[in-house]
Design a protein around this ligand. Structure first.
Ligand SMILES: [Zn+2]
Length: 82
């Protein structure tokens, strides 16, 4: 899969990831239903308004769960299941 992720910078102290979309599409009817988007994907280039919109689900980036990855020198392997 060829995907242009942001170039890694050694100067960066922390990296921010935007994970699952948590927008409640059924809030207006008092229910809870998310669109199932697993990860934010910018629909436009960095610096443009489109960069804040998710290409997958169309929601604003702020609806996605923010995850800050601190640049600790802890070589822990990812043990995600599922
Ligand atoms: Zn969404």
């Amino acid at each position: 899969m060829a995907n242009g992720t942001a170039a890694r910078s050694k100067e960066a102290a922390k990296v921010v990831h935007y994970r699952e979309c948590q927008r409640n599409h059924a809030a207006s009817i008092g229910r809870h239903a998310v669109d199932g988007c697993r990860e934010f994907m910018a629909s436009g280039a960095d610096g443009t308004a489109a960069a804040l919109m998710c290409a997958a689900c169309g929601c604003h980036r702020s609806f996605h769960r923010r995850e800050v990855e601190t640049d600790d020198r802890d070589c822990s392997s990812t043990t995600s299941s599922g």
